[in-house]
Design a protein around this ligand. Sequence first.
Ligand SMILES: [Ca+2]
Ligand SMILES: [Ca+2]
Ligand SMILES: [Ca+2]
Length: 374
Amino acid sequence: MRISGRGACAPRYFGSRTQTFSDTKSTAMKTCVIALFTLITVSALNAQSLAAPDTLIAEYFETDPTPLMALIPSGDDQIWVNYDADGVSSLCLEGPAPAPSGWLWDADLGSLDPQQSDNNAFTSCSYLTDPDVRNSNWLITKPVSIPDTSYHLYWRSLSFYGPGFLDGYKVLVSKTSNDPAMNVFTDTLFVAAEMIQNSVPPGSLNVEDYVFSPGYIHANGFTDADYFFVDNSQGPPFLHGKFEPHEVSLAAYAGQTIYIAFLHDSQDDFILQIDDILVSKSEMSPATTLENVLYFNVLPNPVRDNVYFSWKTLTAENGQLVVQDQAGKIVARQSFSSRQEGLIFFETSQWAQGVYICTLETTTGRATTKLIKF
Ligand SMILES: [Ca+2]
Ligand SMILES: [Ca+2]
Ligand SMILES: [Ca+2]
């Protein structure tokens, strides 16, 4: 359950990185950190059966996981690791507490006022005291054994700033040790681009005015308005990132035990957040699937706090995803345009327990599936 009364906590301050000519750090944005709790690593929804569990890792960062994480990887830790390999102090945090230079727990910063957010996420800063140092913050899962080819990794991420000072990161896999110093994270599942050259003059909102490292640019190159907004609250406008879902198949690791790392390796940018890390079975849905829809998945299912929907159609389609309770009342809806593959995330913690009907509607096809909320 969520803790309320965030306003009662001691405030922390994020210094904001403004995109002005002088690149001065201006207005402080207040956010607040609640006290700490335990790592939520839900596993084994059906551990008592002989079948492999559908969900192997589910980390929503709703309580502070850092007390239960190792700070230095030993090579074969059975717990998560929060490893600050660069060790350089960061400038994103101001205030009474020393600024952690590794990953830290904070409110969802993907809104104008994070104090209004009821979500929390794992947070990392690449705006370091030495701009010549590349940040190297590793978030590494506990070892996870992948039973078969139907398992996928899901997560969400945001870069606070865009397109200027866009934060990038990598999702990597090791099949042996969890110690990055052993050069074992050799498989790359996903690369998010970072800004490597500012616009001239700085502060442009046009993605084409920047140079980025190779990789995916947040919000599909800032074309998908679901995952950013124009923020005028801190002086010059910038494109403020909101959490965007991502998915990759883990089929290549069927039958193997792996460590998955989220490496925040941006240089001289600002804040990256990661949330809702899920390793779960994602089979072709036995849903009612018609015409153009190739698959329509919901997971985890049953669901408690958060759910991902993923689908694929034969051709790019406009459409919407609608979730209704058994009385027909719509509890969630999101539309999309010109997509052949989609991934949508909903927070479900406020939904009543029960069965929900989820419908993917496109101009040429429609699919439905059931979701159980517990
Ligand atoms: Ca969260
Ligand atoms: Ca660091
Ligand atoms: Ca950079």
